[in-house]
Design a protein around this ligand. Structure first.
Ligand SMILES: *Cc1c(COP(=O)(O)O)cnc(C)c1O
Ligand SMILES: [Zn+2]
Length: 385
């Protein structure tokens, strides 16, 4: 009998799920389930410097990812995005240690590639051949291309007012695109019904356990780039929260591996004030996120009115002594122009939101000019023209 390198556990009730079968989420808790590796064993066998010496890309960290046989990896070259210092913007804001992790350089132009590479690779390894996803846009684009590369069919349900380049991307891949009159939450209902009817595998945010595994590698890359000392603050544009929860998980894994100490960055969620359900829940000290009515923002990836992993997202913000703030679409557009004109980075609106948030956090004294701060640009501005 083969043994997988990890187990699957519900973080709410502790129930175990069989990792040798395709899994979704814990139906009794309505919670995501998470992969747990034998880090005690890895702390003896896995050497961070050996991983640093491997050829570039996300799969350098393969022992910490769920694909069991490396030959089953479906890759387009995701990961190892640059951590760029923001000299000019930093000096204007009197921040001497300001960086952006530029995820726009991933395949399909956003960090969704990391999650989809992982979820599709593991699903195909377990025999899945047909996928479905409701999406605010970029997750659909990423699924379409990774499924296509795997020779699998993808069915993508996205709002009909998603930016045209993202719609075109899905069509170009040969995936089956359904445009929905409504938001990702409406697309989710229709996609779930189609999935049940046809037996397609649903890779919705946190409704399978492996997209978060791919995104957690951003945490490993940041630690490695900063010589295994985490920054003071990470500012992250939050939709479903996959990256936030993933990096938080990665930090715990790295501590268990003996690669970093117990210090953690303060994690900051940024949302648009046209759809800020996490910010509202954080401010109300709530444990759950309530549905945001009439969500509207130019930052398509943040137009996520219901957050399935709400408990994990809010715990990460609180345990890290972080915070959650919203910015206006206008502030996003101003920051987007500054990143482009001053630093040569054409960020997606989502990816410009962290700079808008930073300005506010400096003004109120929550961030300090000498702190090491990492902003996340999650996607390319080219997908929003
Ligand atoms: C999906 C997306 C986000 C939000 O990511 P989560 O990890 O789901 O919170 C942010 N920016 C872009 C460009 C996205 O596509
Ligand atoms: Zn449970």
């Amino acid at each position: 009998m083969t043994r997988e390198t990890y187990t699957l556990i519900c973080p709410e009730c502790g129930a175990h799920f069989d990792p040798t079968q395709p899994q979704s989420y814990c139906r009794s808790c309505n919670s995501p389930i998470l992969a747990k590796y034998d880090l005690t064993a890895f702390s003896r066998s896995l050497d961070r410097d050996e991983i640093s010496a491997r050829p570039r890309g996300m799969w350098r960290w393969r022992e910490l990812l769920p694909v069991q046989n490396h030959s089953n990896v479906i890759t387009l070259g995701e990961g190892d995005t640059p951590l760029l210092r923001l000299e000019k913007i930093g000096s204007n804001l009197r921040c001497s240690n300001l960086f952006v992790k530029d995820e726009a350089l991933n395949p399909t132009g956003t960090f969704k590639a990391r999650g989809m590479a992982t979820a599709v690779s593991r699903a195909v390894e377990l025999g899945i051949r047909e996928f479905v996803i409701p999406t605010a846009g970029n997750a659909g684009g990423a699924l379409a291309f990774y499924a296509g590369r795997a020779g699998c069919k993808a069915h993508v349900y996205m709002p009909s007012d998603t930016p045209v380049p993202i719609q075109t991307e899905v069509k170009m891949s040969g995936a089956d695109l359904h445009l929905i009159d409504g938001l990702i939450s409406d697309a989710a209902r229709i996609a779930a019904a189609a999935a049940a009817e046809h037996g397609w595998f649903d890779v919705s945010t946190f409704k399978e356990p492996y997209r978060v595994e791919g995104k957690k590698i951003m945490g490993y890359e940041i630690a490695e780039s900063m010589e295994w000392k985490l920054p003071d603050v990470i500012i992250y544009p939050t939709g479903g929260g996959t990256g936030l929860v993933g990096m938080w998980k990665a930090f715990d894994e790295m501590e268990a591996l003996g690669w970093i100490d117990s210090r953690r960055p303060r994690m900051v969620t940024v949302q648009s004030n046209g759809c800020a359900p996490v910010v509202r829940a954080f401010q109300h000290r709530a444990e759950r996120v309530e549905f945001w009515q009439n969500a509207s923002t130019i930052a398509a990836g943040l137009r996520v009115p219901a957050v399935f992993a709400d408990r994990l997202v809010l715990r990460c913000l609180r345990q890290s002594s972080g915070t959650a703030i919203s910015v206006t679409d206008e502030e996003i557009l101003t920051s987007q122009r500054e990143l482009a004109a001053m630093e040569g980075i054409w960020a997606a609106p989502e990816g410009a939101a962290p700079l808008a948030a930073l300005k506010y956090l400096l003004k109120i004294g929550w961030c300090h000019s000498d702190e090491k701060i990492v902003l996340f640009n999650t996607g390319s501005g080219l997908k929003y023209i």
